[in-house]
Write a protein that binds this ligand. Structure first.
Ligand SMILES: [Zn+2]
Length: 67
Protein backbone atom coordinates (compact mmCIF):
# COMPACT_ATOMS: atom_id res chain seq x y z
CA UNK A 1 0.00 0.00 0.00
CA UNK A 2 2.48 2.64 -1.13
CA UNK A 3 -0.08 4.36 -3.31
CA UNK A 4 0.21 7.70 -1.57
CA UNK A 5 3.96 8.05 -2.03
CA UNK A 6 4.17 7.82 -5.79
CA UNK A 7 1.91 10.57 -6.98
CA UNK A 8 4.11 13.60 -7.59
CA UNK A 9 1.26 15.38 -9.40
CA UNK A 10 -0.74 15.48 -6.21
CA UNK A 11 -0.76 18.21 -3.68
CA UNK A 12 -0.70 17.19 -0.02
CA UNK A 13 -4.33 18.17 0.26
CA UNK A 14 -5.17 15.79 -2.58
CA UNK A 15 -6.34 18.40 -5.03
CA UNK A 16 -4.79 20.53 -7.74
CA UNK A 17 -5.45 24.17 -7.02
CA UNK A 18 -4.67 27.18 -9.17
CA UNK A 19 -1.71 28.98 -7.63
CA UNK A 20 -3.18 32.34 -8.49
CA UNK A 21 -6.96 32.31 -8.02
CA UNK A 22 -7.14 29.13 -5.92
CA UNK A 23 -9.72 27.52 -8.13
CA UNK A 24 -9.73 23.80 -7.49
CA UNK A 25 -9.50 21.37 -10.38
CA UNK A 26 -12.40 19.01 -10.77
CA UNK A 27 -10.32 15.87 -10.61
CA UNK A 28 -7.25 15.12 -8.56
CA UNK A 29 -4.91 15.87 -11.45
CA UNK A 30 -4.52 19.09 -13.39
CA UNK A 31 -6.75 19.35 -16.48
CA UNK A 32 -4.91 19.54 -19.80
CA UNK A 33 -6.04 23.14 -20.21
CA UNK A 34 -4.19 24.10 -17.06
CA UNK A 35 -0.69 25.35 -17.14
CA UNK A 36 2.13 23.98 -15.08
CA UNK A 37 4.99 26.23 -14.10
CA UNK A 38 8.04 25.30 -12.10
CA UNK A 39 9.20 28.04 -9.81
CA UNK A 40 12.01 27.60 -7.31
CA UNK A 41 11.85 23.88 -7.82
CA UNK A 42 8.22 23.53 -6.88
CA UNK A 43 5.41 22.88 -9.30
CA UNK A 44 2.65 25.43 -9.60
CA UNK A 45 -0.55 25.05 -11.54
CA UNK A 46 -2.61 27.77 -13.13
CA UNK A 47 -6.16 27.35 -14.34
CA UNK A 48 -6.98 28.01 -17.99
CA UNK A 49 -8.29 31.47 -17.19
CA UNK A 50 -5.20 32.56 -15.32
CA UNK A 51 -2.96 30.87 -17.88
CA UNK A 52 -4.57 32.88 -20.65
CA UNK A 53 -4.27 36.11 -18.74
CA UNK A 54 -0.69 35.61 -17.83
CA UNK A 55 0.68 33.51 -20.65
CA UNK A 56 3.05 36.27 -21.62
CA UNK A 57 4.53 36.54 -18.16
CA UNK A 58 4.81 32.80 -17.92
CA UNK A 59 6.48 32.50 -21.29
CA UNK A 60 9.05 35.08 -20.35
CA UNK A 61 9.78 32.95 -17.31
CA UNK A 62 8.80 35.54 -14.78
CA UNK A 63 7.95 34.20 -11.39
CA UNK A 64 4.35 34.77 -10.44
CA UNK A 65 5.54 37.19 -7.79
CA UNK A 66 6.04 39.67 -10.59
CA UNK A 67 2.53 39.44 -12.03
ZN1 LIG B 1 -6.70 30.57 -11.74
Amino acid sequence: MDEETRRPERFPCGRVVCARCETAAEGDTAPVTWLCSVEDGSRLYFCDTCARLHIRAIESRLDSLWW
